[in-house]
Design a protein around this ligand. Structure first.
Ligand code: SAM
Ligand code: SF4
Length: 334
């Protein structure tokens, strides 16, 4: 380890960097994107690989050990494997993960593993091809299933499936998705639907972790497992008393884990975003392109991290309102 840790004013030490490598996506998931036409960043506004590597080196010198590549859809970024290989070879990062919609994994699982990815989270909200089309507004169900099969075959350290649970849409599919995971030895995690700009979030559409557990208990026996790492986002349950079978819940709405949050994000256009749910961002790309030294960048980063919010607002409160100037999820980086 090099210099001091990046730390916020509540004493949370940053250990985890979510790096959005593109804002583009080949899906149009109803919970992620605004209804209106989305426009994407021009190439020159994206951080280059050299700029990303420089920032990752700075973060790793200050205690960050894990990087998760995300987007948009990270596999849409040309030459992604080259970037992963560079993170692996040129920085002190110990674990590189990716969150993907899975549509390109059939071709990419092997090269991603070879480049240095150790864990893959794949989003899949239903096993019904018609519903899949409604949710993603695209027709890639078969590609995603084949992508998941390939990811399992290639043998990453871990493959997980992320499901955003929505009432009257895929709530009824929960047990089938868990069985799909069990059959392949992969963990399925249900994410509570979160509000973002333009995603038409209504608390009535959100399915809580408690409701999901009640539903799943009609099919499985579930026993809570204690968290090893408090910053871990998912609460996990053992299925049918078999320690090799687990299901997870990312209950960001009903059981916020902000108190232990050790994550920050870098958006595709090079802004540091200390909190997913707070529009406060600091531009890193401009100072990089204006010739800032590493020491100057470190100061900018530490100052921004110091201002990381204590936590997100209570989304269920009647007083809750989304900040009007904020971005949709795909532009922030999930
Ligand atoms: N395109 C990739 C994917 O879909 O996995 C990575 C980016 S996506 C923004 C990252 C994660 O955020 C996905 O698991 C997605 O399901 C989740 N997500 C997007 N919008 C969400 C919302 N409104 N509430 C909860 N999770 C959401
Ligand atoms: Fe794209 Fe992922 Fe958002 Fe779906 S959740 S629109 S796949 S970025």
């Amino acid at each position: 380890m090099g210099d001091s840790f990046f730390i916020d004013k509540y004493g949370r030490q940053i250990g985890n960097l979510r790096l959005s490598v593109t804002d583009r996506c080949n899906f149009r998931c109803i919970y992620c994107l605004p209804d209106e036409n989305v426009t994407f960043l021009k190439q020159q506004h994206l951080l280059t690989f050299d700029e990303i590597i420089r920032l990752v080196k700075i973060f790793s010198r200050h205690g960050v050990k894990k990087v998760r590549l995300t987007g948009g859809e990270p596999t849409m970024r040309p030459k992604l494997c080259e970037l992963i290989q560079r993170i692996k070879n040129e920085t002190e990062i110990e674990k590189i993960s990716i969150t993907t919609n899975g549509s390109r994994l059939k071709e990419l699982a092997k090269p991603l593993k070879k480049a240095g990815i150790s864990t893959v989270n794949i989003s899949l909200d239903t096993l019904d091809p018609e519903k899949f089309k409604k949710i993603t507004q695209r027709n890639y169900f078969k590609n995603v299933i084949e992508g998941i099969e390939e990811a399992v075959r290639v043998g990453f350290d871990q493959v997980k499936i992320n499901v955003v649970a929505m009432r009257n849409i895929n709530f009824e599919d929960a047990a089938k998705l868990v069985s799909f995971g069990i059959e392949r030895g992969i963990i399925v995690r249900f994410i509570e639907l979160m509000p973002f700009k333009g995603n038409n979030w209504e608390k009535e559409n959100m399915v809580t972790m408690d409701e999901l557990i009640e539903k799943l208990r009609e099919t499985f026996d579930l026993t809570p497992i204690n968290k090893n790492d408090p910053s871990q986002t998912a609460l996990e349950y053992m299925i049918n008393e078999d320690p090799s079978k687990r299901v997870g819940f990312i209950a960001s709405v009903t059981r916020s884990f902000c108190q232990w949050c050790n994550r920050v994000r870098i958006t595709a256009d090079g802004h540091l975003r200390p909190c997913l749910h707070n529009p406060f961002e600091v531009d890193l790309k401009a100072p990089i392109r204006n010739g800032a030294s590493d020491e100057e960048l470190e100061k900018i980063i530490q100052n921004a991290i110091w201002q990381k919010s204590r936590g997100h607002p209570d989304f269920l409160s009647t007083k809750f309102e989304l900040p009007s100037e904020d971005k949709p999820m795909m532009k922030i980086g999930g």
